[in-house]
Design a protein around this ligand. Sequence first.
Ligand code: ADP
Length: 326
Amino acid sequence: MAEIKTIGILTSGGDAPGMNAAIRAVTRSAIFNGLKVKGIYRGYKGLITDEIVDFRTQNVSNIIQMGGTILKTARCKEFTTPEGRQLAYEVMRRHEIDALVVIGGDGSLTGARIFANEFNFPIVGLPGTIDNDLFGTDSTIGYDTALNTIMECVDKIRDTATSHERLFFIEVMGRDAGFLALNGAIASGAEAAIIPEISTQVDQLAELIENGFRKSKNSSIVLVAESPVTGGAMALAERVKNEYPSYDVRVSILGHLQRGGSPTAYDRILASRMGAAAIDAIMDDQRNVMIGVRNDEIVYVPFTRAIKEEKHVNPRLLDTLRRLSI
Ligand code: ADP
């Protein structure tokens, strides 16, 4: 296999706090190992349009604490076509990039897998998404920060909810995964979480109301995962108004504020470890793997598994939430 001298790094898809810490770790670790680094702007789009800059250690100074991504991110339709990827590969070769580190979610790693197989060169992925929905890693970069943001928001909403004796539905992100809703509910002492993983099995709303979850309390907070499966907070509130009119119900959709903010210590450390591990993986001739952390150890997860296998919420957490909200 050809010797790797230069790596390219990009962030793609939805942004997540901690991506900058990952960019910093990949860049510094690569330079430490004698590799050259090129920063690719705007994800796969910048690979096609040639927005590529030489990165030195100073390019990543003073960014570990910043949310978002200094490399910017984008969604790129052209990259989903063979012609688009051909263009991307030609630009890559022009810059003498031998391997790529891709930081992104499910979609970005799917693109990475196809690209690497088509042109037979190494790509290492880092799981960067607030949703925590990638198999093979206990946590994704950005998840812990988003969880802390949700907790702070719910704490504030609780103050007003208690004063008015209201039922609040708070919608959080998650893209068909209930990690943020469920753990956010436990962290903020909410009464319940309505998550897509069990929405198809039970009518969670009816169950909540029929159990009289509000009887002994002067306010209630329910976290709802944004998903067509749960219907979202608005739809649930409509149902309550129609079916249980005695409840004074309100909705709060947290939206994009969940993506912002300075990364937590946990996310900075996770991103730093994963970024350094990405370079170890490349030096170790690994290819088409995502870096994960399981039981506090770095693991290499083949792209196919990371993307295709489902990561389940721990059902015991639901039980904990139920017990603690009586
Ligand atoms: P995320 O990485 O956060 O899941 P997206 O699903 O939007 O975000 O994916 C980001 C980008 O990855 C897309 O805009 C596209 O360029 C690329 N991508 C996603 N799916 C594929 C695919 N099946 N083939 C090639 N590229 C893809």
